[in-house]
Ligand binder design. Structure first.
Ligand SMILES: [Zn+2]
Length: 181
């Protein structure tokens, strides 16, 4: 069975339309405006078929949150942005206006987040202005270089405080030792 044909794409889009979710990723990924796709269902074989048709994503067991008598739920999840875009593009023709609007909206927000992440900023150590390279760490980039990160002012202070405390302990011990003699 060839899952890459028109009919299977239409089936997958219909399944996603009914059961799927398009969300802004949470946690560390939210800063990059990442988009997440998921489909929850109690029928594992349907999710496996969906995964085989779109060719990407992983299936997870969902723990029952409320009553123990509830049916076992499964979820197909996709976080990889390149693959999220591939799946959205492939299902696009068959998706409803509501879903399409949501995709466009989240893509717009993601583009904005990437723009924000690439803004020039000032290095707290050497005070130079630098512009981070596009990539996964761009949002978190604070220092212009590894050297500046290692020599960060707060780290220097912490280092000094540690050594001052060690010195104080040494002097105190010396004093006590000399008092005992
Ligand atoms: Zn620097």
């Amino acid at each position: 069975m060839a899952y890459d044909d028109y009919h299977w794409t239409a089936w997958a889009a219909g399944f996603f339309e009914g059961e799927g979710c398009i969300t802004a990723a949470s946690g560390a990924h939210s800063k990059r405006g990442n988009i997440a796709l998921s489909v929850s269902n109690s029928d594992l074989s349907m999710l496996e078929r969906f995964r085989d048709v779109v060719g990407v994503g992983a299936i997870y067991e969902q723990r029952a949150k409320t009553t123990p008598g509830r049916r076992q739920m499964w979820a197909w999840n996709l976080w990889n942005q390149r693959e999220v875009d591939q799946v959205c593009d492939r299902l696009w023709t068959f998706l409803s206006e509501r879903r399409r609007t949501r995709i466009v909206e989240l893509r717009y927000l993601r583009a904005e987040a990437i723009m924000r992440a690439l803004r020039p900023r000032e290095c707290p150590t050497c005070h130079c202005e630098f512009c981070p390279m596009p990539g996964n760490s761009a949002t978190a980039k604070v220092y212009c270089s590894k050297r500046c990160r290692d020599n960060a002012p707060y780290k220097r202070e912490r280092y000094r405080a540690k050594h001052k405390a060690a010195q104080r302990r040494y002097v105190e011990r010396k004093r006590l030792a000399s008092g005992l003699v």
